[in-house]
Design a protein around this ligand. Sequence first.
Ligand code: AMP
Length: 244
Amino acid sequence: MEPAAAPVAVGMNTGELVGPVILLGAPGAGKGTQAIRISEHFGIPQISTGDILRHNITQGTDLGKQAADLMERGELVSDQLVCQMVGDRLAQQDCAHGFILDGFPRTVNQAVWLDKYLAENHFFDTKKGCKQLVVIQLVVEYNKLLRRLTGRRTCHTCGRIYNIYTTQRPLIEGVCDTDGSPLSTRKDDREEVIIERLKNYESQTLPLVKYYAEQGRLREIDGAAELNQITAEAFKAIENGDSV
Ligand code: AMP
């Protein structure tokens, strides 16, 4: 069975030229929440590899079957499978003028693959009209991450993310404020799996900070700051992308 494509997020375009945006950060750093805001503001699609994989699991595709056990244990899916999946998504027309990657790349191999893919597919040529890559790292300390992940609840209808321990809790417990759907906890948000995911982040994804810092592309933002402040700083980093 063919891998299932995740639903495409289309937002209001500011008309501004943006580049591909990468959101780096540990699980629970707030990548998903910020990615939705960036996607809506700049009118670029949000590509969340975790969401696409979960969608494939729900649809019972071959990709979903290969990823399910690894994801449930908090381990990473192979670079080969994930890069193939991202390549298929980036080839779609709505990615030609920018996109936001949430949860990808997660290893240096994936980052090297992405650089090559963007160059070979002429993303930065004038005809494609993309500005240069912007990499935003959301920095949050370990104990806060643990608390955020154990309190995270998601609406599967609209994708909105809540947290029962913070001001982002829903008005009615277990119910989405936006559409009234029930909220659920992700299977991999159990404490023992969370610890495994955070360990994998440190060993496999943190080296990307150095990789992008050496390219001069990294923008660090305090992911524990007030939500709107984080968003404002992210927008500024994206708007100033070419001055990196
Ligand atoms: P996320 O929703 O980003 O927290 O991802 C959930 C899970 O999906 C991860 O713990 C991994 O098992 C898998 N996954 C998501 N993105 C990637 C990636 N870029 N490389 C490998 N595995 C991934």
